[in-house]
Design a protein. Sequence first.
Length: 196
Amino acid sequence: MLAYIVLLLAALSRILPHTLFHTQTWNFTAVGGGLLFFGSRMGAGSTGRFTRLSAIKLVSALAVLIATDYYLTVYAYGYAFHANSYLVTWLWYAAVCLIGMGLLEKPSVLRVAAGALASSTSFFLLSNLMVWIGGTAASMYPHTLAGLAACYTAAIPFYRNDLVSTAITAGALFGLPVLAAKIAESMHAAQNQPLA
């Protein structure tokens, strides 16, 4: 249940800035960290395999984010929606869930950091490559090595914000429960110590 709440909050972190504040987030959202967390809760089970329940959870996550993409494209940005323009993004959503499932089912600080870095960097590389290849900004970035470099350079502020927001979100989602457990453990140990 918590994983679905996190997924909903991740989707809302994309929508609310547009609907409430009429502003853009510059990629400062909870999507990357939320997908890593959601993936870690998809559960491969004791067999370590991708199960039918894992597939259902993955499809439900994709459905929420596809609906978010549709809403933002049509209502927030005022563009026509073309599903083929989002295929790489949707594959990325699934890949980040699978990274969370494989890497973060047993989280550690190093694994969470690696997951955050992998998800943000892969999104930066893939999404900007797709913009350069044929997105709406194709006329801005010629199909040359210099055009590709310009496309990536222009996206660095978005990458920075995505990396920071993913690290904060993933750190909070994976770290706060560990911190709470340690605090509860120390409080329990303190209560059970005999008084001198």
